[in-house]
Design a protein around this ligand. Sequence first.
Ligand code: NDP
Length: 329
Amino acid sequence: MFKAILLNKNDDGSTRAELTQLDEAQLPADGDVTVAVEYSTINYKDGLAITGKSPVVRKWPMVPGIDGAGEVMASSHPAWKAGDRVVLNGWGVGEVHMGCLAERAKLKGDWLIPLPHEMSTRTAMAIGTAGYTAMLCAMALAECGVKPEHGEVLVTGASGGVGSVAVAILAARGYTVVASTGKLAESDYLKSLGAADVIDRAELSVPGKPLQKERWAGVVDSVGSHTLVNAIAQCRYGATVAACGLAQGMDLPATVAPFILRGVKLIGVDSVMAPRARRLDAWSNLASELKPATLEKITHEIPLAQALVRAPTLLAGGVKGRLVVNVSA
Ligand code: NDP
């Protein structure tokens, strides 16, 4: 038997989340690698799953946890053997396949990537899907030609998981990062990650003009809705916006003006189904670029039971940085 968070659907459609014990026979039969999970994490999507606030869980019962890092216990997949250290992000795990907020997970070998050398499983989960997505966004900006000398880059939702890691990555790459946050009291935290300036997210979160004063050479947006639209409207000629999130909303009440008059590029970033080669590149960059001391500022470790308590707080925007879950604690 092992500890796990289990989600069930109540008769009224609401979600019941509890800390319980499972045995391996309850894990998915189509997984070909059994992993002893050491650390998991709470991403925004895990918050939605645990609270039932959005229908991200599509198979019941479900163990949430879209991210996990640990050691292979048994494998019938040719790429993996007992003792291998692995990381899992996405692929529908924690949504349609039992996830990693548990001491064991039975996963598909094709989904796993090797834990980068010299990275601990705790560090991998301090990064998690949020940090790996932040890196995918930074890679998108670079691939679209955004260079530090082109001017300021904006990170929205800056005190959250994606935002905190994006600030750290972009600052380490030499960009002048402006952090947009609803938590101005966390300005020192954001500056300690590398932000050159901090702005109040209220400047971006209400409807604005289709074209505004040009400021940003690049944008990493995890917020969507009016925030994303205003960020696009404030882009310089030829700027690139990497859009990955919807913390404010899924809507995009925009005009085409910034695209057809300023050549602004809007790049969608998805981590869940990103191809393996792209993941390996992202994790290799994360391993070499993120300093452990910076990550430690972002990281808050919690025991498994606390995942239930912190999920609604995270959805309310009340978590700074990344919640790392020690599944055995
Ligand atoms: P967090 O909850 O850690 O961070 C979200 C941050 O957004 C908050 O901390 C807050 O930052 C800001 N925010 C929250 N509510 C609002 C609001 N109503 N209006 C404006 N800003 C708000 O979540 P994550 O960083 O884990 O995820 C962020 C988003 O990215 C989510 O929508 C998530 O689904 C998405 N995502 C997408 C992925 C992909 O593959 N495309 C992968 C990972 C995440 P502050 O207080 O600083 O303003």
